[in-house]
Design a protein around this ligand. Structure first.
Ligand code: NAG
Length: 211
């Protein structure tokens, strides 16, 4: 009887040990699978890691910058060409909800110009040409004084801004949306008394891009 009693707990413990062993093996297999999957993703990310798109200001022409004195309302007409380049050889870029506008001393001076969404292939270059205009835009009291001072100096700094969203495309996979902000500073050389053509024109300027 004592033998029987001794045998039964032994059996129980043997059976009880078998399950954790199986679980451990399963756990080990699963975790090593997960680790190799994670390292594969990391390797893919390392090799494909997209560089942010490059932008530069090709030209900017100011045709009109007229300020009404009493309620300070500004009319402006600015033509700008921004060139965009995708530096990635394996990653494409979808641009959505792009808008561009001009700002002077942190103040928006034209209405938003909405650009159509587009796809930029591997190492593609796209030219974004927009006519920006503002009609009776309210400006800060200092605006007239600042522009007057710049006119005396013969040049003014104008910000051409572009923002929107982008999605990366790798093979047939498309990422989620990321915000993109582009800021280009144009140094406008003023030509007072110019009868025809733009009041001022500037060529070439690098833009800062944040994604
Ligand atoms: C701005 O444009 C509006 C509408 O065309 C016009 O009525 C106004 O006189 C213009 N203002 C200036 C300062 O040119």
């Amino acid at each position: 009887m004592s033998l029987l009693v001794a045998a039964s707990p032994k059996d129980c413990s043997k059976q009880g040990l078998r399950f954790p062993k199986l679980n451990k093996k399963l756990l080990y297999t699963l975790s090593s699978l997960l680790i190799s999957l994670l390292s594969l993703i990391f390797l893919l990310w390392l090799t494909l890691h997209p560089s942010k798109p490059e932008f530069y200001l090709k030209d900017t022409a100011v045709y009109q910058l007229a300020l009404a004195p009493a309620p300070r309302l500004l009319n402006s007409t600015i033509q700008t060409t921004i060139v965009s380049r995708n530096p990635n050889s394996r990653v494409g870029i979808y641009y959505d909800r792009l808008r561009t506008y001009a700002a002077y001393k942190g103040q928006q001076i034209t209405a938003d110009a909405v650009l159509p969404p587009f796809y930029q292939g591997h190492q593609d270059v796209n030219v974004l040409s927009t006519a920006l205009s503002g009609t009776a835009m309210p400006v800060a009291p200092s605006f007239g004084y600042e522009v007057g001072r710049d006119q005396t100096a013969g040049k003014m700094y104008l910000d051409l801004r572009l923002d929107g969203q982008l999605r990366w495309k790798v093979g047939s996979w498309v990422s989620g949306s990321y915000r993109v902000d582009v800021d280009c500073v144009a140094v406008i050389v003023l030509r007072p008394g110019a009868d025809s053509g733009p009041m001022s024109l500037v060529q070439g300027a690098q833009c800062s891009t944040t994604v």
